[in-house]
Design a protein around this ligand. Structure first.
Ligand code: NAP
Ligand code: G4F
Length: 338
């Protein structure tokens, strides 16, 4: 009989790639929607899989709703990808973020516990929990230091997952995933904001991009590969936590330079701090400006993950290079505008 999986957060970037992977593996996929059940989530439509998913209504703020949906669908595996996932927005909406992203995870774990069925659970944890990093590279044993309401909420979900695994012997895995990107990334995350803006600038629809901190560094991987790591964790005989990363770190500036280079524009930098500007070397036009509105009250300056455990125990390694990720995203956005 086909395995059943319930994906909470199916409309997001990772939900779409994980759904596609599980459908390819023969799973019956239940997708949690919090909007109208007859809407057509665009990421799933983009991948051409919306018709293969059984949609169920799930709101992470509502415990009885979660309990009822799990009881009715009785999945073998639940992937909790649902979250208010924007770090920037979490500074504006800390209580809402804590409720959805922190308490929401606990509501799902508690629903599984009270149902007392052997359901496997995946919790979407994040490199943001390392925040002001205590050591480099970060591993599963690196102490946490969250730097945003989002990260603190995720840390609550993480420790609940660990505690319920130890207290009730539940099968719970946390994926400590570093940033992962794709053409399905929402436009308010920096990578897609850059690739979409570069495509618009190239098409003459926009003059420049306004960005915040250009010096921050991230360990960026390719989202479809990170969905594979989630699934692999859930197929092990014992539940555990795994760092999923590339082991490389690049600055926002490098991302900008790479994205422009893909459409044939070479960038030079002038000025410092908020006066810094990215110039199109050929035309002399300013194409990148710093806008302090995008600075955060506390920042994660640099992260870099060590994925040795995932490589050794799951046989997982990243395959797509930094430049190829940027190229895939820029080419997608150029096509979108064509
Ligand atoms: P995303 O695109 O922002 O997707 C978030 C999903 O959560 C959406 O489907 C959204 O549904 C759903 N959601 C939001 N609030 C909800 C609520 N109250 N009840 C039910 N569902 C709700 O995020 P992603 O990039 O795919 O990431 C997936 C998960 O991994 C998130 O938990 C994120 O925090 C975590 N993570 C992401 C990364 C990364 O680099 N992408 C790295 C580490 C961890 P709507 O469409 O209805 O809003
Ligand atoms: O793209 P970001 O908003 O991603 P961030 O904050 O790293 O969070 C993402 O990855 C996490 C994994 O580590 C996930 F847990 C989380 O859910 C989310 O998916 O910002 C990346 C960096 C930051 O340092 C930010 O200050 O880019 C810097 N940045 C500079 N200018 C900007 C901008 N970020 C955004 N969103 N917009 C800007 O204009």
């Amino acid at each position: 009989m086909a395995k059943k999986a319930l994906i909470i957060g199916i409309t997001g970037q990772d939900g779409a790639y994980l759904s596609r992977l599980l459908l390819e593996k023969g799973y019956e996929v239940y997708g949690a929607l919090r909007k109208r059940l007859d809407s057509s989530p665009h990421n799933l439509a983009t991948l051409g899989i919306a018709d293969s998913i059984k949609f169920v209504p799930v709101e992470l703020l509502e415990f009885t709703n979660i309990l009822y949906v799990i009881k009715k669908s009785m999945p073998d595996e639940i992937y909790n990808l649902g979250a208010q996932s924007s770090v920037a927005l979490s500074f504006e909406q800390p209580l809402f973020t804590a409720d959805v992203t922190g308490m929401g995870s606990l509501r799902v774990i508690e629903a599984i516990r009270v149902l007392d069925k052997p359901v496997k659970f995946y919790q979407a944890s994040t490199s943001e929990m390392f925040g002001k990093v205590r050591e480099t590279p970060q591993t599963e044993l690196t102490p946490f230091y969250p730097r945003s309401p989002y990260a603190a909420s995720k840390l609550f979900g993480y420790w609940m997952a660990v505690n319920f695994r130890e207290a009730y012997k539940m099968f719970i895995c946390s994926g400590l995933l570093f940033n992962h990107e794709s053409p399905l990334r929402e436009l308010d995350f920096v990578t897609r904001k850059i690739t979409y803006s570069v495509a618009r600038i190239k098409h003459g629809l926009q003059d420049h991009i306004d960005l915040g901190n250009l010096e921050a560094r991230r360990d960026w991987g390719y989202a479809p590969e990170y969905a594979e790591a989630m699934w692999l964790m859930m197929q092990q005989s014992e539940p555990d936590d795994y760092v999923v990363a590339t082991g490389e770190t690049h600055s926002i500036k490098e991302f900008v330079e790479t994205a422009f280079s893909i459409v044939g524009i070479e960038i030079g930098w002038e000025g410092r701090g908020i006066q810094e500007k990215g110039i199109d070397k050929a035309s002399g036009k300013v194409v990148v400006k710093v806008n302090p509105d995008f600075f955060r009250p506390t920042e994660v300056d640099v992260v870099r993950g060590d994925y040795s455990k995932a490589r050794e125990k799951l046989g997982w390694s990243p395959r797509t290079s930094f430049r190829d990720i940027v190229r895939i995203m820029v080419e997608h956005d150029m096509k979108l505008l064509d």
